[in-house]
Design a protein around this ligand. Structure first.
Ligand SMILES: C[S@@+](CC[C@H](N)C(=O)[O-])C[C@H]1O[C@@H](n2cnc3c(N)ncnc32)[C@H](O)[C@@H]1O
Length: 263
């Protein structure tokens, strides 16, 4: 598979992504990922690399609470959205975010390493060689640093069409490794065991993993409602426990790059 995001990229895709992320499903994803990051991030300002940080939503959120964030993304249309978003932020927040155009594979050359936290959210499903990509993410973290990886759950591919009553579509993806998502882009999916093994192979151990969108993934592009706090609490609890997290749309892994031995 070639990089399916980059072979489709352009203003239509970036605008479609922005529309999707403004819906309830997008809001649930951002809120649950942010809650997991708050749970695992140590206190104090951290050096963060956001690989495939796209429109800068996550970067702006982290910069607002004092972190220094480098966004590394190859898509000029997504980086243009990030630039636009940052213009609406206070000067000190803008100064904490650096935007760099390039692939995660080029991280060592373009943005160096030694980061306290490396994010990669909604990217692994599009890249050509996921194992090599995960190895590059882990290599960008300092020993003992964290890696936050969000990707599509292979064990749950049939849940969305099934709960929407699209039976033929549910059957088609039941045992599939990839699908065409709502943006019209082909994307891979991985099991939790796949992700855990890829991280281990790259020298990182899983600290925790969460399911994201166990209850809301089939609701279509509806807006955020008045009950979102209760909804998020329900999603968060489901995302932390079996069996619910195993049928969530996305998997969110927090892993730690192997700390170096102290001589
Ligand atoms: C679905 S968007 C996710 C954006 C953001 N991380 C988020 O969570 O909202 C996918 C992003 O992955 C980026 N991407 C695709 N291939 C990449 C690669 N090889 N290296 C880094 N980013 C990549 C795209 O340009 C796009 O911005």
């Amino acid at each position: 598979m070639t990089n399916s995001w980059l072979s489709t990229s352009g203003e239509d895709l970036s605008a479609g992504y922005a529309r999707h992320m403004a819906t309830l499903r997008g809001a649930v994803r951002h809120a649950l990922v942010a809650r997991a990051l708050r749970t695992h991030l140590p206190a104090g300002s951290q050096q963060v690399l956001d690989v495939g940080g796209g429109d800068g939503h996550q970067a702006a959120q982290l910069a607002r609470i004092g972190h220094q964030v480098t966004v590394l993304d190859p898509d000029p249309a997504m980086l243009a959205q990030a630039r636009q978003r940052l213009k609406g932020e206070p000067g000190q927040v803008q100064q904490r975010v650096r935007l760099v155009q390039g692939s995660g594979h080029e991280a060592a050359d373009l943005v160096g390493g030694g980061y306290d936290l490396v994010l990669c959210h909604g990217v692994l499903m599009y890249v050509e060689t996921p194992e090599a990509f995960v190895a590059d993410l882990v290599a960008a973290a300092r020993p003992g640093g964290l890696v936050s990886l969000l990707t599509k759950n292979r064990d749950a591919l049939a849940m969305r069409p099934g709960l929407e009553g699209r039976w033929a579509d549910a059957l088609q993806v039941m045992n599939a490794h990839a699908e065409t998502g709502n943006l019209g882009v082909t994307s891979r999916a991985h099991t939790a065991a796949d992700i855990d093994a890829m991280l281990a192979g790259a020298g990182a151990s899983t600290t925790a993993w969460y399911g994201v969108r166990a209850f809301t993934d089939h609701l279509g592009d509806i807006p955020v409602g008045d009950d979102s706090d209760t909804l998020l609490d329900a999603e968060w609890e489901a995302g932390r426990h079996d069996p619910y997290r195993r049928i969530a749309r996305l998997l969110h892994f927090i892993a730690q790059a192997t700390p170096q031995d102290i001589p």
